[in-house]
Write a protein that binds this ligand. Sequence first.
Ligand SMILES: [Zn+2]
Ligand SMILES: [Zn+2]
Length: 342
Amino acid sequence: MKALVKEKAEPGLRLADVPEPAVGAGDVLIKVLRTGICGTDLHIRAWDGWARQAVRTPLVVGHEFVGEVVGTGRDVTDIKTGDLVSGEGHLVCGKCRNCLAGRRHLCRATVGLGVGRDGAFAEYVALPATNVWVHRVPVDLDVAAIFDPFGNAVHTALSFPLVGEDVLITGAGPIGLMAAAVARHAGARNVMITDVSEDRLDLARKVGVSLALNVSDATVADGQRDLGLREGFDIGLEMSGRPEALRDMITNMTHGGRIAMLGLPTEEFPVDWARIVTSMITVKGIYGREMFETWYAMSVLLEGGLDLAPVITGRYSHRDFEAAFADAASGRGGKVVLDWTA
Ligand SMILES: [Zn+2]
Ligand SMILES: [Zn+2]
């Protein structure tokens, strides 16, 4: 089968012929229809410092996908050939304290699909049935392809109750945009999002934010004033991993404000801890999705009319992966999807 492979410890990816994956007794074999390109895939393609320590070659990359079940191992009873499925990209151990307590997203031994084992940028992928999400209501294929990052957005946005609250989102990349749509849909009062890309801020306006602020020429305090806030934001969703974004967020939170932090900083940086203490701010780190509470929420939000269409801005054949990756790496658009049937 064809697959996008990191063959050697150097930059780049290749569309190569590799064997079809083996299917264990508890596994599901899936014919991949569409996949989403993630920041993780960009790191692996660029072969940066993170990728060098996280990845062993050769590796089939990719973890965001939708596909059709074409086979099941003998122990799989509740998933059938023909089911339309997406996959949870974190494979957990099932044995640690958190796994046994049903908090699988907190597993200490998580293995990433397309990072620690062969992934989904391929014509077929095999996955444990416990990691497979069956779409039981009709769903757009491009949206189904990005359920994994959509889950990051939902897990972050719904970390704290936000009905009637004023929400600040720093970073209007695909996950920030989806989180904005979710916050809006779930009943936040104001949703303000910041970025330095006007293209991405325009996408944010399409998903219905109250204010899309370019922080290269205005401050978060200016935004607060424009929205008529008097005491600061109730909820912060940090999506950029940038030091200045988190610092700005902390400065602009109300007393007792709550911050969910998904953006992954590349290095240590100082923040105003005294402010966190005296403003009594909660900071919660987010990694992945709750299995499978977040997945239920995702399906239900879409059934309830949440529209993610504006977030998907690039669609390519898998054969044009170089152009697709360049698009995704540009930092200007939304989500980029590869079609494995064209
Ligand atoms: Zn991803
Ligand atoms: Zn575990």
